[in-house]
Design a protein around this ligand. Sequence first.
Ligand code: ATP
Ligand code: MG
Length: 355
Amino acid sequence: MVKEKRIALLPGDGIGPEVVAEGVKVLKAIEQKDKNLSFTFEQFPWGCEYYLQNGKMMDDDGLSQLQHFDAIYLGAVGYPGVPDHVSLRDLLLKIRKGFDQYVNLRPVKLLNERLSPLKGKAAKDIDLLVVRENSEGEYSGEGNWLYKGEPEEVVLQTGVFSRKGTERIIRYAFEEARRQGKSLTSVSKANALNYSMVFWDSVFEEVKRDYPDVETASYLVDAASMFLVMNPERFDIVVTSNLFGDILTDLGAAIAGGLGLATGANVNPERTYPSMFEPVHGSAPDIAGKGIANPLAAIWSVAQMMDHFGEEEWGRKIVSTIQQIMDEDEKLTPDFGGEATTAEVGDRFIKLLTS
Ligand code: ATP
Ligand code: MG
């Protein structure tokens, strides 16, 4: 039976459309090769350029337009002159919240040692998956600003850790660890955050009882940051809060080849709503329109999409093809020291993937 998947394209701004075009080429190549898969695409023009023309980042009924897709494939959103908080709040956060994408999945996998500032033993085993809480925690937006401008001025920023929100992300990570046969590490900070992280740790201990087959560890975030640099082999799957996940995944991207390769998925595990797949980099206005953006992060996002569709064979194949491309220096884009264009890398990728 042919699996039909509907994919909403949100190429966005700057280099977004340039890299998404290569990802779509890859999806079409997969469809050609795999008679059991069929993709349909619909493109949406939303983003900062749309905002500058229409005064809004997306249509008012944008979420209901997207609701029935199996996946959202996003390029990048951002434009000089449109404040980041507007583009983030009115498009990305709206989708993440509206579609309850409470899991952020960020693979940290080094494909080629020369891409990492880490050398030798540490660089040999950088291969982990960060499961970041994506809906509440330190980024709840709750707080208070008291006595503004007065000597007694006090600012409160509240972390919100609900039972439901904490348990579901930890449970998701345990399920993933069990499914992959890997260990799970919880990262928190209970020695300093005496409500939120004490609670986090207690929920982790509680949920752990349901997964006696999963090996676990628990680190403070400061120690975890150090180990990520000194002993990255300690980590398989990592579950952590919104803020710590934000920081650890940037550190992860830095040790694993930088923005040119980093990808992330915003997942609604229940599949009530579509999940969203995107390269981590931004719209890169400095190189937009030149045809030299590196498409590999956007292509890695396609691998995450395939995993989400239950097509993990394709997911693995895409990642190993990226690895193959990284091994051939001269066929890369300028950010990786090569002279190839975006489209040349995409074409080469497809050739390797389907040969
Ligand atoms: P935004 O406001 O959309 O986040 P930004 O310029 O702040 O954009 P990025 O777009 O992430 O942030 O870019 C940071 C730097 O990395 C820029 O110099 C950019 O050219 C480079 N860069 C980012 N993505 C890529 C890519 N896919 N290929 C090549 N260079 C990239
Ligand atoms: Mg940026």
